[in-house]
Design a protein around this ligand. Structure first.
Ligand SMILES: Nc1ncnc2c1ncn2[C@@H]1O[C@H](COP(=O)(O)OP(=O)(O)O)[C@@H](O)[C@H]1O
Ligand SMILES: [Mg+2]
Length: 305
């Protein structure tokens, strides 16, 4: 069942270019979906229109069945947003910052709930400190706490780990896991492919304001799976022999290996024949190694297409 339903959404900042171009996207309840795309692809614009921070030109967005324009109060309350930029009041305390945000959504103070949120983000000990006294990483934690202050059903994380230290990144992944197990739907944007690979159930690739595809992450990885076979030799190879010229082999920098890329789904990988032809050349094998292509390789090859 989808909790966010986007149809034919377009948005232009000026008359020349569409930042969003006829976007259609269904986000399922309880899933983690990663919007992947290069800088300027339209990820932030898409999130901003769903949140109601920007108006779209054409199309329609429904959140939990409510229209984001005509019923924006209802949709806004369901969503927590961690924006790309840190925006905080420097002379406010951590606790008041979070309490105030909760108030803006029309909820009364709930000290127990806010304590839980701050604990999860390792901010409880810092609750009485002023924002200006915090490090950048701590400020980012406060941005997340603010986004969770009204217990949203949907959380948007816009480039959550850009320029974030390892510890916060790990905490963030744990928090995302916890939220997901509580049934929260999470939409994150990133251009770190490893992040999508690690966390997302589905991946939507966006480029130039268009959704290129939306696919189950595991299915995507399997469908596109290419493996690389590295064949190491005892002595350096100066030139690929003519008898191996049909294999599109690449010589490694140290000249001690040949690399062969094959499709794991193909009916014939060509490996058996390749090994036999290599044996015929008289080259002496040292070792063999295979490695799986990452989502990053897949992404780059799709964007190029
Ligand atoms: N406030 C703005 N005014 C004019 N153009 C903008 C504005 N914000 C974004 N854009 C343009 O819209 C496109 C999409 O930007 P954005 O949604 O920020 O991409 P992403 O978040 O994927 O990096 C880009 O071409 C960007 O330059
Ligand atoms: Mg952005």
């Amino acid at each position: 069942m989808s909790i966010i339903s986007i149809s034919n959404l377009s948005k232009a900042y000026d008359d020349r270019t569409n930042a969003l171009d006829e976007v259609n996207l269904e986000v399922n309840k309880g899933e983690i979906i990663a919007l992947l795309g290069p800088n300027g692809a339209g990820k932030t614009t898409l999130i901003s229109t769903i949140c109601g921070l920007l108006t779209h030109d054409t199309g329609r967005i429904k959140v939990d069945g409510y229209d984001t324009i005509t019923e924006y109060r209802k949709t806004r309350r369901l969503i927590g947003l961690v924006p790309q930029e840190i925006m905080l009041e420097p002379f406010e305390t951590v606790y008041d910052t979070v309490r105030f945000t909760r108030g803006l959504f029309g909820y009364p103070e709930n000290r127990k709930f806010l304590e839980d949120v701050l604990q999860q983000l390792s901010l409880w000990d810092k609750r009485n400190q002023m924002i200006k006294e915090l490090s950048g990483g701590m400020k980012r934690r406060v941005m997340i706490a603010k986004a969770l202050s009204h217990n949203p059903k949907i959380l948007f994380l816009d480039e959550p780990t850009a320029g974030v230290d390892v510890e916060l990144r790990r905490d963030m992944w744990n928090l995302v896991d916890l939220l997901k197990s509580n049934g929260v739907t999470i939409l994150l944007t990133t251009h770190y492919i490893e992040e999508a690979e690690m966390m997302a159930d589905r991946v939507a690739l966006i480029d130039k304001g268009k959704v290129i595809f939306v696919e189950n992450k595991d299915a995507l990885m399997t469908r596109m799976s290419k493996k690389e076979l590295t064949i190491k030799f005892k002595s350096p190879i100066t030139k690929i022999p003519g008898s191996l010229s049909n294999y599109k082999l690449v010589i490694s920098k140290d000249r001690l290996s040949l690399m062969y890329v094959y499709d794991t789904k193909a009916s014939r990988t060509g490996i058996t024949r390749l090994m036999r032809d290599i044996a015929d050349t008289g080259f002496v094998l040292e070792d063999l190694e295979t490695s799986q292509s990452s989502l990053e390789d897949i992404f780059v090859s799709l964007i190029r297409k």
